[in-house]
Design a protein around this ligand. Structure first.
Ligand SMILES: [Zn+2]
Length: 176
C-alpha cells in the first residue's frame, strides 16, 4: 500500500529507508494533518456568520480532521503495541538462551563427578573392590560370591598385604 499508490503514478518502489521513516512518522503525520484540517474548519466556521454556510466546513474539515486524528492516534498506538511485542519477543529469546545455558551448566558436573568417583573406586570395577574378612580372594561389588557375605571394601595396599588373589568368577582388576 505504501509503495503502490492508487492510480499507479509511481511504479518504482520507494526506497526502504524512506518507507521506514514514513512508517515511523505516519501516525504523527496523519494526526497533525487532521489537526490542521480541524483548525481550518474552526477558522472557516469563525469567518462565516451564516449557520447554513458553516455546515460545509463542519462536514469537510471537521469530520475529516477528526477522522484523521483518530486514525493517526490508532496508528501510533498500533506502532507502540508492535514495538512492545518485538521487545517482548527479544526478552523471551534471551530468557530461553539463559535457561539453556543454566541447564547445560547444571548437567555438566554430574557425569564428571561420577567419572572421578569411578576412577577413585578402582577403574572399571563397579563400586570398588571387596573381600570377605577371612577370605583369600577379592571381588567386584556385584560378584555373586560375596552377595550373601559380610564383604568389606579393600584397596590395592590391603590386597597386597593380605596376599589376596582376584576372583576367577568376577575377574576384578586393580586400577593401574
Ligand atoms: Zn568374585
Amino acid at each position: 500500500m505504501d509503495t503502490q499508490p492508487a492510480g499507479g503514478q509511481h511504479p518504482r518502489p520507494t526506497p526502504r529507508v524512506v518507507v521506514g521513516i514514513l512508517r515511523a512518522v505516519r501516525g504523527w503525520l496523519i494526526a497533525v494533518t487532521g489537526g490542521v484540517l480541524l483548525f481550518g474548519c474552526y477558522l472557516g466556521v469563525s469567518a462565516e456568520t451564516d449557520p447554513g454556510r458553516q455546515l460545509p466546513y463542519f462536514v469537510s474539515g471537521g469530520l475529516g480532521g477528526l477522522a484523521l486524528v483518530f486514525l493517526g492516534s490508532a496508528l501510533l498506538v498500533a506502532d507502540q503495541i508492535d514495538a512492545a511485542a518485538k521487545g517482548r519477543g527479544r526478552l523471551d529469546r534471551q530468557v530461553e538462551e539463559l535457561h539453556t545455558l543454566i541447564v547445560a551448566a547444571a548437567s555438566v558436573p554430574a557425569p564428571a563427578v561420577t567419572t572421578v568417583a569411578d576412577q577413585a573406586a578402582g577403574g572399571q570395577n563397579d563400586g570398588g573392590l571387596f573381600a570377605v574378612p577371612a577370605g583369600r580372594t577379592y571381588h567386584r561389588r556385584s560378584c555373586e560370591m560375596i552377595a550373601s557375605k559380610p564383604a568389606q571394601p579393600v584397596d590395592s595396599a590391603q590386597i597386597a598385604a593380605r596376599g589376596l588373589t582376584p576372583c576367577t568368577i568376577c575377574e576384578p582388576k586393580i586400577a593401574a
